[in-house]
Ligand binder design. Structure first.
Ligand code: NAD
Length: 314
Protein backbone atom coordinates (compact mmCIF):
# COMPACT_ATOMS: atom_id res chain seq x y z
CA UNK A 1 0.00 0.00 0.00
CA UNK A 2 1.29 3.49 -0.77
CA UNK A 3 0.07 6.04 1.70
CA UNK A 4 -1.51 9.35 0.72
CA UNK A 5 0.70 12.35 1.50
CA UNK A 6 -1.08 15.08 3.45
CA UNK A 7 0.42 18.20 1.90
CA UNK A 8 0.66 20.86 4.60
CA UNK A 9 1.94 23.57 2.28
CA UNK A 10 -1.12 23.25 0.03
CA UNK A 11 -3.50 23.35 3.01
CA UNK A 12 -1.62 26.38 4.36
CA UNK A 13 -2.07 28.14 1.03
CA UNK A 14 -5.83 27.69 1.03
CA UNK A 15 -6.09 28.88 4.65
CA UNK A 16 -4.01 31.95 3.78
CA UNK A 17 -6.27 32.68 0.84
CA UNK A 18 -9.36 32.53 3.08
CA UNK A 19 -7.66 34.72 5.66
CA UNK A 20 -6.74 37.22 2.96
CA UNK A 21 -10.45 37.61 2.14
CA UNK A 22 -11.40 37.98 5.80
CA UNK A 23 -8.70 40.61 6.30
CA UNK A 24 -9.92 42.56 3.27
CA UNK A 25 -13.45 42.55 4.74
CA UNK A 26 -12.17 43.75 8.12
CA UNK A 27 -10.13 46.48 6.45
CA UNK A 28 -13.22 47.65 4.58
CA UNK A 29 -14.80 48.05 8.02
CA UNK A 30 -11.77 50.12 9.09
CA UNK A 31 -10.03 47.37 11.08
CA UNK A 32 -6.45 46.24 10.40
CA UNK A 33 -5.55 43.35 12.73
CA UNK A 34 -2.10 43.86 14.28
CA UNK A 35 0.50 41.47 15.70
CA UNK A 36 3.45 42.38 17.94
CA UNK A 37 6.26 39.82 18.00
CA UNK A 38 8.65 40.11 20.95
CA UNK A 39 12.12 38.64 20.55
CA UNK A 40 14.65 38.72 23.38
CA UNK A 41 18.28 37.79 22.74
CA UNK A 42 19.96 36.36 19.68
CA UNK A 43 18.80 32.77 19.38
CA UNK A 44 19.25 32.14 15.61
CA UNK A 45 16.25 29.77 15.32
CA UNK A 46 14.02 32.31 17.14
CA UNK A 47 15.25 35.08 14.83
CA UNK A 48 14.26 33.00 11.80
CA UNK A 49 10.82 32.16 13.26
CA UNK A 50 10.05 35.78 14.16
CA UNK A 51 11.26 37.08 10.79
CA UNK A 52 9.05 34.61 8.98
CA UNK A 53 6.01 35.45 11.17
CA UNK A 54 6.42 39.18 10.51
CA UNK A 55 6.92 38.57 6.78
CA UNK A 56 3.74 36.48 6.63
CA UNK A 57 1.82 39.29 8.37
CA UNK A 58 3.09 41.73 5.76
CA UNK A 59 2.11 39.44 2.88
CA UNK A 60 -1.44 39.25 4.27
CA UNK A 61 -1.74 43.01 4.86
CA UNK A 62 -1.76 42.71 8.65
CA UNK A 63 -0.10 45.36 10.79
CA UNK A 64 2.99 43.88 12.45
CA UNK A 65 5.71 45.05 14.80
CA UNK A 66 8.92 43.26 15.61
CA UNK A 67 10.27 44.24 19.02
CA UNK A 68 13.83 43.04 19.59
CA UNK A 69 15.44 43.44 22.99
CA UNK A 70 18.91 42.39 24.20
CA UNK A 71 19.60 39.06 25.94
CA UNK A 72 20.16 40.74 29.34
CA UNK A 73 16.61 42.17 29.52
CA UNK A 74 15.04 41.73 32.96
CA UNK A 75 11.66 40.20 33.78
CA UNK A 76 10.46 43.60 35.05
CA UNK A 77 11.27 45.39 31.80
CA UNK A 78 9.56 42.69 29.78
CA UNK A 79 6.49 42.84 32.00
CA UNK A 80 6.43 46.60 31.33
CA UNK A 81 6.58 45.98 27.58
CA UNK A 82 3.77 43.41 27.70
CA UNK A 83 1.67 45.82 29.78
CA UNK A 84 2.19 48.52 27.17
CA UNK A 85 1.24 46.14 24.32
CA UNK A 86 -1.84 44.98 26.25
CA UNK A 87 -3.03 48.60 26.34
CA UNK A 88 -2.32 49.56 22.72
CA UNK A 89 -5.51 49.52 20.62
CA UNK A 90 -3.82 48.73 17.29
CA UNK A 91 -2.25 45.53 18.66
CA UNK A 92 -4.59 42.52 18.59
CA UNK A 93 -2.04 39.78 19.09
CA UNK A 94 1.09 39.54 21.25
CA UNK A 95 3.59 36.83 20.59
CA UNK A 96 6.49 36.33 22.96
CA UNK A 97 8.97 34.11 21.16
CA UNK A 98 10.26 31.25 23.33
CA UNK A 99 12.72 30.38 24.72
CA UNK A 100 13.33 33.53 26.78
CA UNK A 101 16.80 33.99 28.34
CA UNK A 102 17.34 32.08 31.61
CA UNK A 103 17.16 35.13 33.93
CA UNK A 104 13.61 35.90 32.71
CA UNK A 105 10.61 34.39 34.48
CA UNK A 106 8.97 33.05 31.30
CA UNK A 107 5.81 31.92 33.05
CA UNK A 108 5.25 35.37 34.56
CA UNK A 109 5.74 37.03 31.16
CA UNK A 110 3.39 34.65 29.33
CA UNK A 111 0.73 35.04 32.02
CA UNK A 112 1.00 38.83 31.80
CA UNK A 113 -0.18 38.78 28.17
CA UNK A 114 -3.85 39.71 28.06
CA UNK A 115 -5.85 36.52 27.31
CA UNK A 116 -7.67 38.52 24.59
CA UNK A 117 -4.34 39.09 22.80
CA UNK A 118 -2.75 35.71 23.54
CA UNK A 119 -2.44 34.47 19.94
CA UNK A 120 -0.27 31.51 20.99
CA UNK A 121 -3.14 30.25 23.17
CA UNK A 122 -0.80 29.52 26.11
CA UNK A 123 -2.49 31.69 28.77
CA UNK A 124 -4.27 29.68 31.53
CA UNK A 125 -7.55 31.44 30.66
CA UNK A 126 -7.31 30.24 27.06
CA UNK A 127 -6.31 26.76 28.19
CA UNK A 128 -9.41 26.74 30.41
CA UNK A 129 -11.51 27.85 27.44
CA UNK A 130 -10.00 25.09 25.31
CA UNK A 131 -10.75 22.41 27.91
CA UNK A 132 -14.34 23.58 28.35
CA UNK A 133 -14.94 23.81 24.60
CA UNK A 134 -15.24 27.62 24.35
CA UNK A 135 -12.78 27.74 21.51
CA UNK A 136 -11.29 31.20 21.13
CA UNK A 137 -7.53 31.39 20.81
CA UNK A 138 -6.24 27.85 20.38
CA UNK A 139 -2.51 26.88 20.31
CA UNK A 140 -1.33 27.10 16.69
CA UNK A 141 0.27 23.72 15.98
CA UNK A 142 -2.63 21.69 17.44
CA UNK A 143 -5.13 23.88 15.55
CA UNK A 144 -3.11 23.24 12.37
CA UNK A 145 -3.28 19.47 12.93
CA UNK A 146 -7.08 19.63 13.11
CA UNK A 147 -7.15 21.66 9.88
CA UNK A 148 -5.04 19.02 8.12
CA UNK A 149 -7.37 16.23 9.24
CA UNK A 150 -10.54 18.17 8.43
CA UNK A 151 -9.44 19.45 5.05
CA UNK A 152 -8.10 16.02 4.04
CA UNK A 153 -11.43 14.35 4.78
CA UNK A 154 -10.10 12.20 7.62
CA UNK A 155 -12.98 11.28 9.91
CA UNK A 156 -12.39 12.26 13.53
CA UNK A 157 -15.85 11.41 14.87
CA UNK A 158 -15.74 7.99 16.51
CA UNK A 159 -12.11 7.42 15.46
CA UNK A 160 -9.54 6.04 17.89
CA UNK A 161 -6.92 8.78 18.24
CA UNK A 162 -3.62 8.14 20.01
CA UNK A 163 -1.26 11.00 20.80
CA UNK A 164 2.32 10.28 21.77
CA UNK A 165 3.61 13.21 23.86
CA UNK A 166 1.89 15.22 26.59
CA UNK A 167 3.43 18.67 26.24
CA UNK A 168 1.41 21.81 27.00
CA UNK A 169 2.19 23.15 23.53
CA UNK A 170 1.22 20.15 21.38
CA UNK A 171 0.18 16.89 23.06
CA UNK A 172 -2.39 18.10 25.58
CA UNK A 173 -4.12 20.72 23.41
CA UNK A 174 -4.35 18.46 20.35
CA UNK A 175 -5.91 15.78 22.58
CA UNK A 176 -8.57 18.30 23.66
CA UNK A 177 -9.30 19.37 20.09
CA UNK A 178 -9.62 15.76 18.93
CA UNK A 179 -11.96 15.10 21.85
CA UNK A 180 -14.11 18.10 20.87
CA UNK A 181 -14.19 16.61 17.38
CA UNK A 182 -15.63 13.39 18.92
CA UNK A 183 -12.58 11.13 18.62
CA UNK A 184 -11.87 8.58 21.35
CA UNK A 185 -8.58 9.89 22.65
CA UNK A 186 -5.62 8.26 24.39
CA UNK A 187 -2.57 10.29 25.45
CA UNK A 188 0.71 8.37 25.74
CA UNK A 189 4.04 9.43 27.21
CA UNK A 190 7.41 8.12 28.34
CA UNK A 191 5.88 5.97 31.08
CA UNK A 192 3.19 4.34 28.93
CA UNK A 193 3.38 0.57 29.07
CA UNK A 194 3.71 -1.25 25.72
CA UNK A 195 3.53 1.94 23.69
CA UNK A 196 3.62 0.23 20.24
CA UNK A 197 0.56 -1.84 21.14
CA UNK A 198 -1.39 1.25 22.27
CA UNK A 199 -0.31 3.19 19.17
CA UNK A 200 -1.40 0.31 16.92
CA UNK A 201 -5.00 0.84 18.04
CA UNK A 202 -5.03 4.30 16.47
CA UNK A 203 -6.98 5.29 13.39
CA UNK A 204 -5.31 8.68 13.91
CA UNK A 205 -1.81 8.61 15.37
CA UNK A 206 -0.17 11.90 16.38
CA UNK A 207 3.56 11.84 17.20
CA UNK A 208 4.83 14.86 19.18
CA UNK A 209 7.86 13.54 21.01
CA UNK A 210 10.97 15.26 19.66
CA UNK A 211 12.91 12.03 18.97
CA UNK A 212 13.94 11.26 15.39
CA UNK A 213 12.07 8.32 13.82
CA UNK A 214 10.89 7.11 17.22
CA UNK A 215 7.63 5.78 15.75
CA UNK A 216 8.45 2.77 13.60
CA UNK A 217 6.30 0.37 11.58
CA UNK A 218 5.30 -1.65 14.66
CA UNK A 219 3.46 1.42 16.04
CA UNK A 220 1.28 1.89 12.96
CA UNK A 221 -2.02 0.15 12.25
CA UNK A 222 -2.22 -0.52 8.49
CA UNK A 223 -4.21 2.30 6.88
CA UNK A 224 -3.98 4.72 9.84
CA UNK A 225 -3.61 8.49 9.42
CA UNK A 226 -0.25 9.45 10.91
CA UNK A 227 0.46 13.06 11.89
CA UNK A 228 4.14 13.70 12.50
CA UNK A 229 4.76 16.87 14.53
CA UNK A 230 8.46 16.28 15.24
CA UNK A 231 11.19 18.38 13.69
CA UNK A 232 14.62 16.83 14.26
CA UNK A 233 17.79 17.80 12.46
CA UNK A 234 20.30 15.05 11.66
CA UNK A 235 23.83 16.31 11.14
CA UNK A 236 26.02 13.20 10.98
CA UNK A 237 26.34 10.35 8.55
CA UNK A 238 26.07 7.91 11.44
CA UNK A 239 22.66 9.28 12.48
CA UNK A 240 21.39 9.20 8.91
CA UNK A 241 22.51 5.58 8.45
CA UNK A 242 20.93 4.60 11.78
CA UNK A 243 17.56 6.12 10.88
CA UNK A 244 17.00 5.42 7.19
CA UNK A 245 16.71 1.83 5.88
CA UNK A 246 17.84 3.03 2.41
CA UNK A 247 19.93 6.09 3.26
CA UNK A 248 21.30 7.06 -0.19
CA UNK A 249 19.03 10.07 -0.85
CA UNK A 250 19.30 11.33 2.74
CA UNK A 251 23.10 11.01 2.66
CA UNK A 252 23.17 13.07 -0.51
CA UNK A 253 21.07 15.75 1.16
CA UNK A 254 23.37 15.69 4.20
CA UNK A 255 26.33 16.28 1.90
CA UNK A 256 24.76 19.11 -0.06
CA UNK A 257 22.82 20.87 2.74
CA UNK A 258 24.77 19.93 5.86
CA UNK A 259 21.73 18.45 7.62
CA UNK A 260 18.62 16.33 7.07
CA UNK A 261 15.25 16.99 8.67
CA UNK A 262 13.37 14.01 10.02
CA UNK A 263 10.18 13.80 12.05
CA UNK A 264 9.29 11.61 15.01
CA UNK A 265 8.06 8.94 12.60
CA UNK A 266 10.33 6.65 10.56
CA UNK A 267 9.73 8.02 7.05
CA UNK A 268 9.99 4.77 5.09
CA UNK A 269 7.83 2.70 7.49
CA UNK A 270 5.03 5.27 7.45
CA UNK A 271 4.89 5.29 3.65
CA UNK A 272 4.53 1.54 3.69
CA UNK A 273 1.99 1.10 6.47
CA UNK A 274 -0.12 4.23 6.88
CA UNK A 275 -3.17 5.18 4.84
CA UNK A 276 -2.19 8.86 4.96
CA UNK A 277 0.61 10.80 6.60
CA UNK A 278 2.16 14.23 6.98
CA UNK A 279 5.72 14.40 5.63
CA UNK A 280 8.60 16.20 7.36
CA UNK A 281 9.26 18.82 6.15
CA UNK A 282 6.06 20.04 4.48
CA UNK A 283 3.39 18.51 6.73
CA UNK A 284 2.44 20.07 10.06
CA UNK A 285 5.15 22.76 9.98
CA UNK A 286 3.60 25.08 7.37
CA UNK A 287 0.31 25.19 9.28
CA UNK A 288 1.73 26.70 12.47
CA UNK A 289 2.30 30.21 11.09
CA UNK A 290 -0.99 30.11 9.17
CA UNK A 291 -2.83 29.38 12.41
CA UNK A 292 -0.99 32.23 14.15
CA UNK A 293 -2.36 34.53 11.46
CA UNK A 294 -5.83 32.99 11.92
CA UNK A 295 -5.59 33.65 15.67
CA UNK A 296 -4.57 37.27 15.09
CA UNK A 297 -7.62 37.82 12.89
CA UNK A 298 -9.79 35.97 15.41
CA UNK A 299 -8.41 38.11 18.27
CA UNK A 300 -9.19 41.29 16.30
CA UNK A 301 -12.79 40.11 15.90
CA UNK A 302 -13.27 38.86 19.46
CA UNK A 303 -11.96 42.10 20.97
CA UNK A 304 -14.50 44.09 18.97
CA UNK A 305 -17.37 41.64 19.45
CA UNK A 306 -17.53 40.85 15.71
CA UNK A 307 -18.93 37.34 15.14
CA UNK A 308 -16.37 34.84 13.80
CA UNK A 309 -16.34 33.84 10.20
CA UNK A 310 -16.10 30.05 10.09
CA UNK A 311 -12.47 30.27 11.04
CA UNK A 312 -9.70 27.83 10.54
CA UNK A 313 -8.60 25.72 13.49
CA UNK A 314 -11.77 25.54 15.53
P1 NAD B 1 8.28 18.33 24.53
O1 NAD B 1 9.70 17.93 24.68
O2 NAD B 1 7.72 19.43 25.33
O3 NAD B 1 7.36 17.05 24.81
C1 NAD B 1 7.70 15.78 24.34
C2 NAD B 1 6.73 14.76 24.89
O4 NAD B 1 7.14 13.49 24.40
C3 NAD B 1 6.69 14.69 26.40
O5 NAD B 1 5.38 14.90 26.82
C4 NAD B 1 7.13 13.28 26.74
O6 NAD B 1 6.26 12.65 27.67
C5 NAD B 1 7.00 12.54 25.41
N1 NAD B 1 8.09 11.56 25.33
C6 NAD B 1 9.41 11.75 25.47
N2 NAD B 1 10.07 10.58 25.38
C7 NAD B 1 9.14 9.64 25.18
C8 NAD B 1 9.20 8.24 25.05
N3 NAD B 1 10.35 7.58 25.07
N4 NAD B 1 8.04 7.57 24.86
C9 NAD B 1 6.85 8.22 24.81
N5 NAD B 1 6.74 9.56 24.95
C10 NAD B 1 7.87 10.26 25.14
O7 NAD B 1 8.06 18.58 22.95
P2 NAD B 1 6.94 19.40 22.14
O8 NAD B 1 7.10 20.85 22.35
O9 NAD B 1 5.60 18.78 22.30
O10 NAD B 1 7.45 19.09 20.65
C11 NAD B 1 7.52 17.78 20.15
C12 NAD B 1 8.16 17.80 18.78
O11 NAD B 1 7.36 18.58 17.91
C13 NAD B 1 9.55 18.45 18.74
O12 NAD B 1 10.31 17.75 17.75
C14 NAD B 1 9.29 19.85 18.26
O13 NAD B 1 10.37 20.41 17.56
C15 NAD B 1 8.12 19.63 17.34
N6 NAD B 1 7.25 20.79 17.18
C16 NAD B 1 6.90 21.11 15.91
C17 NAD B 1 6.05 22.17 15.67
C18 NAD B 1 5.66 22.49 14.26
O14 NAD B 1 5.30 23.60 13.96
N7 NAD B 1 5.72 21.51 13.37
C19 NAD B 1 5.54 22.93 16.73
C20 NAD B 1 5.88 22.54 18.04
C21 NAD B 1 6.72 21.46 18.24
Amino acid sequence: MTARILNGAKIRDSIMEELGEQIRDLKTAGITPGLAAVLVGENPASQIYVRSKVKTCESLGLHSEKIEWPADTSTERLLGLVDDLNRRAEIDGILVQLPLPPQVDSKAVLEAVSPAKDVDGFHPVNIGNLVSGRLGLVPCTPAGIIEILRRSGITMQGARAVIIGRSDIVGKPVAMLLLHNHATVTICHSRTRDLPAVAREADILVAAIGKPAFVTGEFIKPGAAVIDVGINRLTTEEEVRRIFHAPAAALEKLQSKGSVLVGDVQPEDVQEKAGAYTPVPGGVGPLTIAMLMANTVQAARLRRGIPSAKSAGR
